[in-house]
Design a protein around this ligand. Structure first.
Ligand code: HEC
Ligand SMILES: [Cu+2]
Length: 322
């Protein structure tokens, strides 16, 4: 009996692995995951329905009726026991092998994948392309070519999740993890952070833009030419992209962070009682090292931003217009 079971298990283990051997055409992982999910759902729903139906049927048919004594004592039934051990065993081995196949597909990055580096930070995503280009909260990729995402984090744990491509992976400071997806259709998708990482967590959205190859190349060309934004526009974009507006506002309302409205040249009273004029160097300093000075009446909740001088200049140029 044991040897028969072992043999059956071996065959079951081998069959699917052979079917999906290396060199097979690239499958769409979205389809594999969906099929896998549907298969699980079908099997467990069928089992559930079968067991539930039996429970109901048996409890009606064999319920104790008036005037009946104890039931007969039945001991064991080898055939039944073998069946109810072997059938679930086969099902579980089958599901295990299928799971392994999908998992293996997801951890094996196709060789010709386009590679982008994505770094999570509080609160957004820095994207670096192999050609040296950079974007924030925007991942552009050509359609029809697998994409490998090398993930890391600048500060705390984040998690990178694109529901449309059924992928999710941890972004860990000091370590690089990776994940891949296959964008088979043009369009705009959304990437989320799915690991609570502080007050701006819900702002951590990135657009995944899948473009026609030629459009993608045109876009890259334009970016390279330096399609240079004026410092003012660049500053405006940085303030939006970096999530400053998750805490600050430009309308003058009173919130948990000082408003940006009229900030430049304002007399700021600090927690230590000093009064400073919010000039360029004060603002620059506060962005790079927010803990160095604290505005009176506010908590030290602002994270530091490691920006280049040029970026700082763009930000202060924009702040001065508010
Ligand atoms: C998590 C919320 C948060 C985010 C995000 C944030 N800040 Fe702040 N910021 C604060 C708080 C709170 C203060 C006041 C306390 C302090 O001085 O640290 C402040 C103070 C400031 C000040 C000094 C204001 C004054 O009136 O003197 C400047 C300038 C500033 N932030 C710029 C920025 C810029 C630029 C960004 C985006 C790159 C940003 N902040 C992102 C919370 C935030
Ligand atoms: Cu996050």
């Amino acid at each position: 009996m044991k040897s028969i079971l072992t043999l059956m298990a071996a065959v079951l283990l081998l069959l699917p692995s052979l079917a999906s051997a290396e060199g097979a055409a690239l499958v769409d992982p979205v389809k594999s995951w969906d099929n896998h999910w549907n298969m699980f759902l079908t099997i467990v729903t069928t089992l559930w329905a079968f067991v539930t139906a039996l429970v109901i049927y048996m409890s009606l048919k064999y319920r104790r009726k008036k005037g009946q004594g104890d039931g007969a004592y039945i001991h064991g039934n080898i055939l039944l026991e073998v069946i109810w051990t072997a059938v679930p065993l086969i099902i579980i081995i089958f599901l295990g092998v299928q799971s392994w196949n999908v998992y293996r597909q997801q951890i094996t990055v196709p060789k010709d994948a386009y590679e982008v580096n994505v770094e999570g930070f509080m609160w957004g995503w820095n994207v670096t392309y192999p050609e040296g280009l950079k974007t924030i909260n925007e991942i552009r990729v050509p359609v029809g070519r697998p994409v490998k995402v090398n993930l890391t984090s600048k500060d705390v744990l984040h998690a990178f999740y694109i529901p449309a491509f059924r992928i999710q992976e941890e972004a860990i400071p000091g370590r690089t993890t990776n994940i891949w997806f296959n964008p088979v259709q043009k369009g705009e998708y959304t990437a989320y952070c799915t690991e609570f990482c502080g007050s701006g967590h819900s702002l951590m959205l990135a657009k995944v833009i899948v473009m026609e190859k030629t459009d993608f190349e045109t876009w890259q060309g334009k970016q390279k030419e330096g399609m240079v934004l004026s410092p003012l526009d660049k500053g405006k974009k940085l303030i939006a992209d970096l999530g400053c507006l998750g805490c600050h506002n430009i309308t003058g309302e009173k919130t948990a962070a000082p408003t940006f409205k009229g900030i430049s040249g304002r007399e700021t009273i600090l927690a230590d009682g000093r009064t400073v004029k919010a000039d360029d160097s004060y603002m620059a300093n506060h962005i790079k090292d927010p803990k160095s000075t604290t505005v009176k009446g506010y908590s030290q909740s602002m994270p530091p931003y490691n920006l280049s001088d040029e970026e700082i200049n763009a930000v202060t140029t924009y702040l001065k217009t508010l």
